[in-house]
Ligand binder design. Structure first.
Ligand code: ADP
Ligand code: MG
Length: 215
């Protein structure tokens, strides 16, 4: 197996044990296609190995290439304006999707993480022009600072694409708790966007299945 996503464990051989957990989650991921998997949360103290499991599940699912498209996103522990958060989250998703569809892991490490024009150019070049509509609508909402519209587009992007393409997307959001603690409504970062985790980004039980690490 290859390692498209660089795992923080370093040398992939260092990953040991976790057989029960891996078997459980690989079945859960495969069941997404039967619509049998409900969104789930992994709760454990820090340093217990949640991120290591998610990164490994990403790589296995990426290389299995068997009808489930993996998306991994770690919410960082630093304060961020919600508009910026949306741009990073959305473009990470689009790049990971393009990496999966083209079988080109280099798209997991894009040079321009917040450039909408660049990702549109890449989508077209790679024969994924159907992504352009949603990318353009997100870009429009960003440039006009229509934050609620933007949040809506971004939150639903994996579902929208999965539904339209008749695909299944596994969404793994690491450090979900920082969504409420670290993302702010205003650019001065005084008003926490408290409703994100509970409302806007609530765990989806539809086309894509969300898997989240909370530590
Ligand atoms: N299955 C594993 N085998 C070996 N080392 C692991 C394993 N899982 C985690 N580690 C190591 O333990 C540390 C904490 O793991 P991490 O996944 O970051 O925990 P968490 O996300 O729960 O805080 C890291 O240094 C990681 O490399
Ligand atoms: Mg972690």
């Amino acid at each position: 197996m290859g390692y498209a996503l660089e795992e923080r464990i370093g040398n992939p051989d260092l990953f040991t044990g976790r057989n029960e957990e891996m078997t459980y989650f690989l079945k859960w991921i495969s069941d997404i296609k039967e619509r049998k998997s409900q969104s789930t949360a992994v709760l454990a103290r820090r340093k217990m190995g949640k991120t290591a499991i998610m990164e490994r599940l990403f790589n296995i699912t990426f290389f299995k290439n068997d009808g489930v498209i993996p998306f991994y996103y770690e919410i960082k522990e630093n304060a961020m304006w919600v508009g910026d958060f949306c741009v990073y989250f959305f473009l990470s998703f689009i790049y990971q999707y393009i990496a999966f569809k083209t079988r080109k892991p280099e798209y997991l490490k894009p040079e321009e993480k917040s450039n909408f024009d660049k990702v549109i150019e890449i989508a077209k070049k790679e024969g994924l022009g159907y992504l352009c509509g949603i990318i353009e609508s997100a870009a429009h909402a960003v440039s006009h600072e229509r934050i609620d519209i933007l949040l809506n587009i971004v939150r639903e992007a994996p579902q929208t694409i999965a539904f339209r393409q008749k695909e299944f997307i596994l969404q793994m959001i690491d450090e979900f708790q920082f969504l409420n603690a670290m993302v702010y409504r205003d650019k001065d970062m005084k008003i926490p966007a408290k409703d994100l985790a509970g409302g806007v980004f609530k765990l989806s039980r539809k086309q894509n299945s969300t898997f989240t690490g909370i530590g």
